[in-house]
Design a protein around this ligand. Structure first.
Ligand SMILES: [Zn+2]
Length: 341
């Protein structure tokens, strides 16, 4: 038995949001006494900001004028938007990626942050954003990046700074508000519609074509094989009513696919299980899953990595390699949004 299935991801509830501040991009706040960089001058070297940027790459930045609060390592840090973006782009996308892909990532993260500034996050109302990728987006400090990059630190930081400063102040807007610029690692041919994953359709988070493939994405396709007894035990722990008798070859039936071809749901032992739940139960990398079963085991092969909504990072990298600039990349993954500065 072999069925191609795709699924949706973690259910995220868009908590009701309360405006807490004017949009930083339209009304920059005055930096506090501990603000990262002085207004209008990001300085060179270690002066001013949290991150060392080789002096030849230092540029005046609008992003340096606004301070935000970041929850990282259990502490709230007040840092500039620029320092937030330097640490977030570094944490979220490989520095080896093409400059235009890094620029697209910088704009996506700046947009994500701008939206967080408008709508407080119920998980941490005391901070605008946090450094946890399962809640907001990942962010790493200079000490971490120096350890990770070693001798490559200066070159990588210069590249990240070029992406952040090269898009200084730019963000995506939809209907007068910063867009919800979510992103993921890679997709299988098409990105996912937000409505399939979070039950709330978003006009610019629709399924679009994305060009990455096994040639450009490491571990693009990953298989997880579990024994029949382990599969049965795991499913029964969540769905005790499932009837898993006989051989596994007959256990998985009736896949229902989303518009992008991922698994919306599938019957397991007669019980509907969503793609997102399967992903979580078996630690799969995406909901684009192909199942196969033998008399003694079940194999689930997933393609791509992440929820599939919004910009695909490897898709952005592939587009950049093919000559697209960051504006074209953003227009592909967030159709209908407008790039503002
Ligand atoms: Zn958070």
């Amino acid at each position: 038995m072999k069925v191609m299935l795709l699924f949706s991801t973690i259910l995220v509830i868009f908590a009701l949001i309360f405006p807490v501040a004017a949009a930083w991009n339209s009304a920059p706040a005055v930096p506090g006494p501990d603000a990262g960089a002085p207004a209008g001058d990001t300085g060179g070297g270690t002066e001013g900001g949290l991150f060392y940027i080789p002096p030849e790459y230092a540029a005046p930045a609008k992003d340096a004028l606004t301070e935000i609060s970041l929850l990282a390592g259990g502490e709230i840090r007040n840092i500039s938007v620029r320092d937030y973006l330097l640490g977030a782009v570094s944490a979220e996308m490989p520095a080896s990626f093409e400059p235009e892909a890094l620029r697209a990532q910088a704009v996506a993260l700046r947009t994500y942050l701008a939206r967080k500034l408008l709508h407080s996050t119920s998980a941490h109302p005391e901070a605008d954003i946090c450094a946890d990728s399962s809640c907001c987006a990942a962010w790493k400090d200079e000490a971490y990046l120096r350890e990770k990059w070693g001798d490559g630190f200066e070159a990588n930081m210069a590249k990240i700074a070029a992406a952040v400063d090269g898009t200084d102040g730019e963000y995506l807007e939809y209907s007068g508000e910063p867009a919800l610029a979510v992103f993921h690692s890679s997709s299988s041919g098409k990105t996912e519609d937000a409505g399939e994953v979070w039950s709330v359709p978003v006009p610019y988070l629709v399924s679009v074509d994305t060009p990455e493939s096994a040639e450009t994405v490491p571990s693009y396709t990953v298989s997880v094989t579990v024994s029949a007894s382990e599969f049965k035990e795991t499913v029964l722990s969540a769905h005790p009513e499932a009837e898993l008798n006989g051989e596994p070859t007959g256990w998985i039936t009736d896949p229902l696919l989303t518009s992008s071809g991922r698994i919306s749901s599938v019957l397991i032992g007669g019980v509907p299980v969503t793609g997102a739940e399967l992903r979580s139960l078996f630690g799969l990398r995406s909901t684009a899953i192909e199942f196969s079963a033998t008399a003694s085991a079940v194999t689930m092969t997933s393609t791509g990595y992440g929820h599939g909504v919004g910009m695909s990072q490897y898709g952005a990298q592939t587009m950049a390699l093919e000559g697209a600039d960051y504006r074209e990349i953003l227009a592909n993954y967030y159709p209908g949004t407008e790039l503002k500065a």
